[in-house]
Design a protein around this ligand. Structure first.
Ligand SMILES: Nc1ncnc2c1ncn2[C@@H]1O[C@H](COP(=O)(O)OP(=O)(O)OP(=O)(O)O)[C@@H](O)[C@H]1O
Ligand SMILES: [Mg+2]
Length: 386
């Protein structure tokens, strides 16, 4: 059944991996986004691609499974001997706050302004809480890496879906926040490039006086200075947001939706699929990870009992006939349970197929152990790239 499902799509994930420049793995929590991203990045590097795997998830898992002690905002190369093949693999765990500071630095008018903005207490507040700001910074970074032309492929591992949605919406959200009436009001109070609260008018002065009572006039001054300095940055932000928004819709980008066969994860994958289609994101396919593979066998308890009786290790135990029968019954019951799980997984996969008959649908079997080293990641390649 699994092979029938795979055969529906005419493209293979291997082709996608070799052709696209950016692959984004999204999906709900714990389904295997990081594992899939790392496996794909490794697979591309092993085939000669200069690859960067960019994680936004602060979990240490990517670092650990790629044999790195730590992973942070600096790009690190993975030990080439671990990878095999001719390409090079690099990884980075993006620090979203730092990435936001970097975007600000790009757009501020001069280095002194960068220092003033970064040191401003209002900036510290805003950069952490402005809707979509951190995610926006991640996308901006991706945009920079893409533009640098340094990478044949960038694989992006995103946080769980709820945040991944923010992540996709980030450029627009930030743009909306920048254009929000509240920010516009503050900007107007500042007047044209004044560094203090000028041109505030009667209402403005009144509101500011009242505000000062609550938040202190030092805070209001910081706010004033911040909005003046930040005004230069906003224009650049908006332009970059638009570029990033269109980057994510280009055909050289591909979105892979990772899910596990559990009902919740499938429901989320379906909803995410609708979101991607509605916003014209280039969807590549579903990866259904941790699938129970069916192992049908005929013969029932008597066949298992006969097999046990013939097995040298079991014979060595000198079990009685009754004990062997009981062991065979327990084994058959356990097998039936696994078959039921496999059956449920098959139905779950069919739901995804019904939602999208064209795209890739790749089942990856549940492995006996966690996938936490390069060897195990490479072992998953055969399923992902089948
Ligand atoms: N096919 C598989 N078989 C068995 N274990 C797996 C498989 N794929 C992933 N795992 C394990 O499942 C756990 C979660 O995987 P992973 O970290 O890739 O998920 P994630 O979607 O990135 O999670 P999060 O949402 O927390 O970022 C890990 O311990 C990983 O080793
Ligand atoms: Mg993860």
């Amino acid at each position: 059944m699994l092979s029938v499902i795979i055969a529906v799509a005419s493209v293979r994930l291997l082709d996608v991996l070799m052709e696209r420049r950016i692959l984004v793995c999204v999906g709900s929590g714990g389904v295997g986004k990081t594992t899939t991203s790392a496996t794909l990045a490794l697979a591309a590097a092993r085939r000669g691609k200069r690859t960067l795997v960019l994680t936004i998830d602060p979990a240490r898992r990517l670092a650990n499974s790629l044999g790195l002690e730590t992973l942070g905002h600096q790009i690190q190369q993975i030990e080439p001997d671990l990878i095999g093949g001719t390409g090079k693999l690099y990884a980075m765990m993006l620090d979203q706050k730092q990435a936001f500071d970097e975007v600000v630095a790009t757009h501020a008018k001069d280095p002194a302004a960068v220092q003033r903005i970064l040191a401003n207490p209002v900036y510290a507040q805003i950069s952490g809480s402005l809707a979509g700001a951190q995610e926006y910074a991640a996308m901006a970074k991706l945009h920079d890496f893409d533009k640098s032309g340094q990478w044949d492929l960038i694989v992006v591992d995103t946080p769980p879906t709820a945040h991944a949605l923010d992540f996709l919406d980030a450029p627009k959200k930030l743009s909306d926040a920048i254009d929000s009436p509240a920010i516009e009001w503050f900007r107007k109070l500042q007047g044209d490039g004044g560094s203090r609260w000028s041109f505030v008018g009667k209402t403005g002065s009144f509101v500011l006086k009242r505000l000062a009572k609550f938040v202190g006039s030092k805070f209001l001054d910081d706010l004033g200075v911040f909005f003046t300095e930040f005004n230069d940055v906003l224009g650049g932000f908006r332009a970059r947001a638009e570029e990033t928004y269109s980057l994510l819709r280009q055909p050289r980008v591909g979105f892979l939706l990772v899910a596990s066969p559990e009902p919740m994860a499938i429901a989320e994958a379906l909803s995410f699929h609708r979101r991607l289609s509605a916003s014209n994101m280039p969807f590549v396919g579903f990866v259904v990870n941790k699938v129970h593979v069916p192992h049908p066998f005929v013969g029932g308890v008597p066949a298992v009992e006969a097999a046990l009786a013939a097995h040298p290790a079991i014979t060595a135990l000198g079990l009685s006939g009754t004990t062997r029968t009981m062991a065979a019954q327990a084994l058959v019951a356990a097998h039936t349970e696994v078959e039921l799980l496999a059956d449920g997984d098959r139905l779950a996969i069919e739901k995804l197929r019904a939602a999208d008959a064209e795209s890739l649908l790749i089942p990856v079997p549940l492995q006996r152990d966690d996938v936490h080293d390069v060897g195990r990641l490479i072992a998953l390649e055969q399923f992902l790239l089948a």
